[in-house]
Design a protein around this ligand. Structure first.
Ligand code: GDP
Length: 178
């Protein structure tokens, strides 16, 4: 018996940006495959991962792009941003500098991506909050409010809030496009 393949209603391109080492690849892996990679990412070498889910009874394919290390050389090209409807702007809550650079990443997004792009600020490595926090949650919330961004603290390691953050972003994109 044939299996009916449901039609895809939408494909949403989402880009993940932020300083090198903040956990972009791990966050993506957690959402797309519910995995955390304990080995080096250099072996992965893929440009994007996808996950299909249902939002408001629509079948949505989230196509999530990873910079694949280009951000280290500030070589993220405009092709990377092209067609993106959403962005996860990631910093590391244990690394102040990665938060200080968030404004620069936002400028980059605003320069290269579509005006209506939905941006979510993610403070990652929340599992280290009790011992190594270097960015107050309040500072991030204040910045997000000023700039009109969604905000969440996540841990790719434990999985905390990763799913809900992506769902929030995807729901907002769906609201914007429909
Ligand atoms: P990227 O350069 O932004 O893509 O960062 P990676 O995803 O390669 O992660 C950089 C380092 O941070 C790796 O050693 C990861 O194992 C670690 N890492 C990523 N996410 C988390 C997290 O949520 N918690 C902890 N404790 N470590 C993390």
């Amino acid at each position: 018996e044939a299996v009916r393949v449901p039609e895809m209603d939408y494909v949403f391109k989402i880009v993940v940006v932020g300083d090198s080492g903040v956990g972009k690849t791990q966050v993506l892996g957690r959402f797309a495959r519910d995995e955390f990679y304990f080995d080096s990412k250099s072996t992965i070498g893929v440009e994007f991962q996808t996950r299909t889910l249902t939002i408001n009874r629509k079948s949505i394919k989230a196509q999530i792009w990873d910079t694949a290390g280009q951000e280290r050389y500030r070589a993220v090209t405009s092709a990377y941003y092209r067609g993106a409807l959403g962005a996860m702007l990631v910093y590391d809550i244990t690394k102040r500098q990665s938060f200080d650079h968030v404004a620069r990443w936002l400028e980059e997004l605003r320069a290269h991506a579509d005006n209506s792009i939905v941006v979510m600020l993610l403070g990652n490595k929340a599992d280290l909050a009790t011992t190594r926090r270097a960015v107050a949650r309040e500072d991030a919330i204040e910045f997000a409010e000023e700039q009109g961004l969604f905000f969440s603290e996540t841990s790719a390691l434990s999985g905390e809030n990763v799913e809900s953050a992506f769902l929030m972003l995807l729901e907002e994109i769906h609201r914007v496009v429909s």
